[in-house]
Design a protein around this ligand. Sequence first.
Ligand SMILES: [Zn+2]
Length: 126
Amino acid sequence: MSAKPEFIDAAKSGNVLARKCVKCGELHLATVYFCKKCGSKGFSNFTIKGTGKIVTYTIMTVPPAGFEDLTPYAWVVMELDDTSELMSPVRISGFLPNIQKPEDLPIGTAVKVVSFDERGIVLKRL
Ligand SMILES: [Zn+2]
């Protein structure tokens, strides 16, 4: 997995760094070269507070090679709370350690971005 250093730094500070189109305001979470909505090539960095609620997840009990000591964990899709300036809810995915079974993690559980490592965004329950 490759991620921009500034994206990793933002995650370690509890934020999600997005790229905002200077023309239409569309947000892109991945690095893009032109706006998906209007085709503009101008972007500014836009920081979103990394707190939100779980909308769906998958519990990984059989880890990929090299991740054996990390299971069980949940691969979570969360919807960010900080959408006041945004047109539509922003969803990100991340890693939540030490989840054994669905009872451990009800949909709607509040989580936050706390770090970033080789697996991607690391989340923590609030
Ligand atoms: Zn645009």
